[in-house]
Design a protein around this ligand. Structure first.
Ligand code: ZN
Length: 211
């Protein structure tokens, strides 16, 4: 998809929902915890299939709201002016490898930035700040409800994530931000079909083969 080729920097936020931090035994951070992925991690969640590594331990799904920047951050701009599209995506995580890297104090890139670790649905117009705050999204794995998130449960809301990212790393047109995952993360199995829903609307669909 053309719009996915135009994505520039990919930022992700760790532990932005209390119940998810708790399910992995992590403390709730006092400021946003950011990491990045290479653009090669991106793939379309358009009903096709992808192959993920079968030989690196468990791969967890993390369903997340993704926002796309319309222009560089400036404090007087509203969210409607700053964000030109929202999508749903999966922040795939090699969980066993991540635990190993964390215990050694090593960077997360191998666990979070591998090829096809960031499937994304098509982008939709920004629905407005109020609609966003009241939105819910879900992940179905083989038609079973695996994750369900309320945007209002974010520890650091979208505006704060944008301000923080911009201040410390820079945030410009075409950059995207994965805003963190709610609870319910879990391992992928061979042939699992993932469906991401915005409310009850199907936004993204993908089958995963491990190979
Ligand atoms: Zn994540």
């Amino acid at each position: 998809m053309e719009e996915l080729n135009q994505i520039r920097n990919i930022y992700c936020v760790g532990r932005n929902y209390r119940a998810h931090a708790a399910e992995l035994g992590n403390e709730v951070p006092s400021e946003p915890m950011l990491f990045g992925k290479p653009t090669h991690a991106i793939c379309a969640m358009d009903g096709g299939e992808i192959i993920l590594p079968a030989d690196k331990g468990e791969i967890h799904h993390e369903a997340e709201l993704v926002i796309r920047m319309a222009r560089p951050y400036s404090p007087e701009l509203s969210l409607d002016q700053l964000i030109d599209g929202i999508a749903l995506g999966i922040d795939f995580t090699l969980r066993d490898l991540q635990s190993k890297l964390k215990s050694k104090g090593q960077p997360w890139l191998a666990a979070k930035g591998f090829l096809r670790s960031a499937p994304i649905s098509a982008f939709h117009p920004f629905p407005g700040e109020d609609a966003l705050a009241n939105a819910e999204f879900s992940l179905l794995v083989d038609d079973r409800l695996a994750q369900h998130g309320h945007v209002s449960d974010m520890i650091f809301p979208v505006r704060q994530l944008i301000e923080y990212t911009s201040k410390h790393f820079g945030l410009g047109t075409g950059d995207i931000l994965f805003t963190g995952t709610p609870e319910g993360v879990g391992p992928m199995a061979q042939g699992d079909e993932l469906q991401l829903l915005w409310g009850s609307e199907l936004w993204g669909k993908l089958r995963v083969n491990l190979g």
